[in-house]
Design a protein around this ligand. Structure first.
Ligand SMILES: [Zn+2]
Length: 162
């Protein structure tokens, strides 16, 4: 496994917030790679690392459809989302042996969604005593240099291809 300490990525991460278009729709355009952080993809869903993680191993699951409500998805899309979430749970448990996981979705700005128009699941490992994790977001202390090792580690637990 390749590890990469890359503090210069901080600047890259901060500037990336200004890119145009929907980052989740773009996840379905290019081949999965560390560049787009897509770990796994099929016709219906994509699994990707959160570029602004709360914790190492913070994964997002997005449907191909650019929709802001679960009620607007086809049944097969809902099932594919659910299957992908289960894959993510397995991958996170296998990689990080967490004490627990948060799995959830923020629908709407009031609920805390950063990208409101394209719904997505957040799946992240949790440990006893990490309850101040929200405050870590703004500091981007430890996490950015670990994104690539997270990526390389997690992708071992997903079907190849896509
Ligand atoms: Zn989109």
């Amino acid at each position: 496994m390749e590890t990469n300490f890359a503090p210069w990525r901080l600047g890259y991460i901060k500037s990336d917030k200004n890119e145009e278009g929907c980052v989740f729709c773009r996840a379905f355009e290019d081949q999965p790679s560390f560049d787009n952080l897509v770990i796994f993809r099929n016709e219906l869903v994509a699994v990707m690392l959160n570029r602004y993680p709360y914790n190492n191993g913070h994964i997002l699951v997005v449907p191909h459809s650019h929709k802001d409500s679960l009620t607007m998805l086809e049944k097969e899309e809902q099932h594919a989302l659910s299957d992908a979430v289960a894959l993510c749970e397995n991958a996170i448990r296998s990689c990080y042996s967490p004490d627990g996981l948060n799995i959830g979705m923020n629908l709407g700005r009031a609920a805390g969604a950063g990208i409101v128009d394209h719904l997505h699941y957040h799946i992240l490992p949790r440990w006893h005593g990490d309850t101040n994790y929200v405050t870590v977001i703004g500091e981007l202390r430890v996490i950015p240099e670990d994104l690539e090792s997270s990526y390389n580690h997690l992708r071992n637990f997903f079907p190849s291809g896509g």
